[in-house]
Design a protein around this ligand. Structure first.
Ligand SMILES: [Zn+2]
Ligand SMILES: [Zn+2]
Length: 184
């Protein structure tokens, strides 16, 4: 079915990130997006100090995206533990070049502990996979989808993330296949 060679997606820690989580994420991303070969980078990116807003206690993702733009040859998903915002928004789960090669997700609001719930690794990983796949699909040029079960549905809150699945819906998969065909 996928005759072209697989696209590399490199998971790259930004700041201090549990590498075991990233390793688990690789197989989940490959399962959700079978045209992708997902690996963990040996790089450890630094969080730029000038991205930190001490009043909000969050990092400005626009500053981070700008800093690491055009740095990598492979499609790169930066993963960070810190909470992110984009000017005009209270917080963001992630951000991506659309289309492009660079994406970013934050684990801060995916951890059940953030909501005062006990730690649940399965739930935590499920949420990370959904946000990772969502941002990776943006880098291919996929936009948001109105189907609330589709991974490309926009998450306003963690409730939306928990409701959606880890994979693109039929419509989005068809769009993605078309994009991949055109780029091969
Ligand atoms: Zn999105
Ligand atoms: Zn969809």
């Amino acid at each position: 079915m996928y005759t072209r060679s697989k696209d590399n997606v490199v998971l790259t820690p930004l700041g201090d990130v549990d590498l075991n989580l990233l390793v688990r994420l690789t197989s989940e991303v490959e399962e959700a997006l079978p045209f992708v070969r997902c690996t963990v980078s040996s790089l450890r990116l630094e969080l730029p100090k000038n991205a930190y807003n001490p009043i909000r206690r969050q990092y400005n993702s626009d500053v981070i995206m700008k800093l690491y733009r055009n740095r990598f040859r492979d499609r790169t998903l930066m993963v960070t533990r810190v909470d992110l915002y984009s000017p005009g928004l209270n917080f963001i789960f992630g951000q991506a070049e659309y289309p492009g090669l660079l994406a970013l997700i934050s684990l801060a609001r995916l951890n059940p502990r953030f909501y005062g719930k006990p730690y649940d690794e399965t739930l935590f990983i499920d949420r990370i996979v959904k946000e990772a796949v969502h941002e990776i699909c943006h880098t291919y040029g996929l936009s948001h989808c109105s189907n609330p079960r589709c991974v490309m549905h926009f998450s306003n809150s963690i409730v939306d993330t928990d409701f959606k699945s880890k994979i693109p819906c039929r419509v989005c998969t068809a769009k993605l296949m078309k994009i991949l065909e055109l780029s091969s």
